[in-house]
Design a protein around this ligand. Structure first.
Ligand SMILES: O=c1[nH]c(=O)c2[nH]c(=O)[nH]c2[nH]1
Length: 317
């Protein structure tokens, strides 16, 4: 038998050996509300937290030996217990969980901690009598539809922070065109120089440092995204997406790259001709599906990618 065929047989035999691949585990979607009540003006932080540990858990899978398995129930309890000390930001809370688990258990070498934060606004005082400064001290109304997100991944001593938002719903009633696209035998779409542009923005951005004022940057990124959506005269949602990302990176050197997933929520002009009526861009049918799905990343040319920051952050191209 030649050397080559020996290697091939060896490789085939190796492929018959079954081994455990990558794995992670933990408690998903721990719903947690923290009330800061150090003054009569309470603050609330409403979170959904997912903790997943990575490390040397081989024997649990291959032998049924649970000696390294930090129970998912323990992870859930830890999330509640650490919240008692306060939640400065979703990113900082996730980093604290990462530090806790990796420093408490030698075989936990890293993991993924995901946080979603739901927004609540104070109820205006004109509606109530227990209030200060025009806003109620301890009564809240659910905020906008969007959710703030943070994913912290730790690999040994290295920490990666990806922040973001989901379901930021925006619409502009003019300032959007779509034409110049190729036509073939299946093309029926009519070109337009005035349409509704609507989307629900999901964006995630990676910080190149952990030394960031996460709350301040989050608020400013949100502002830049909204202002750019409003300001840009759009020739396609793709162009709007790119401009939104470009302006975020120009305003924030601490952000390495930003990724978007944006459905094009179609609004079709209702045909009033059968009724003998005009419809000059006034009455639309808001279709809920199908929708265009526009996704893209905007990054700094020449910057090194960091796939470990994006591992198991799904839903983007
Ligand atoms: O902004 C748009 N981008 C597209 O790629 C597209 N395709 C389509 O049918 N309408 C639109 N609109």
């Amino acid at each position: 038998m030649s050397d080559t065929s020996t290697t091939t047989v060896g490789a085939a035999a190796e492929q018959d050996t079954i081994v455990l691949g990558e794995n992670q585990y933990g408690k998903a979607e721990v719903r947690l509300v923290k009330v800061d009540r150090d003054t009569p003006r309470h603050r609330i932080t409403d979170l959904s937290v997912t903790s997943q540990l990575r490390g040397d858990f081989g024997v649990a899978h291959t032998e049924g030996d649970n000696s390294p398995v930090v129970a998912t129930d323990t992870q859930k309890n830890t999330i509640f217990a650490l919240a008692k000390d306060g939640i400065a930001s979703p990113e900082q809370f996730a980093m604290r969980l990462a530090e806790h688990f990796t420093s408490s258990f030698d075989w936990v070498t890293g993991g993924r901690w995901g946080v979603k934060q739901y927004s609540w606004a104070r109820i205006p005082t004109s509606l109530t009598d227990d209030a200060a400064d025009g806003e109620h001290n301890h009564s809240f109304v659910k905020g906008g539809t969007e959710t703030r997100t943070a994913v912290v991944q730790r690999d040994g001593d290295e920490v990666f922070v990806v922040a973001g938002l989901e379901d930021l719903s925006v619409l502009k009633s003019t300032g959007s065109e779509f034409h110049g696209f190729p036509r073939d035998r299946y093309t029926t779409l009519v070109e337009t120089d005035d349409r509704i542009l609507a989307t629900s923005v999901t964006a995630r951005w990676r910080y190149s440092s952990v030394d960031v004022d996460f709350n301040a940057v989050y608020e400013d990124v949100r502002r830049v995204l909204l202002e750019t959506f409003a300001d840009v005269h759009s020739y396609a949602l793709q162009q709007t997406l790119y401009q939104m990302g470009k302006r975020v990176l120009e305003a924030h050197p601490e952000i390495a790259e930003i990724k978007f997933s944006m459905p094009n929520l179609h609004h079709f002009l209702v045909d009033f001709a059968p009724f003998g009526m005009e419809n000059p861009n006034e009455v639309f049918y808001a279709a809920d599906r199908p929708y265009g799905l526009i996704e893209g990343e905007v990054k700094r040319a020449g910057a090194a990618p960091e796939p470990r920051a994006w591992a198991s952050v799904t839903g983007f191209c």
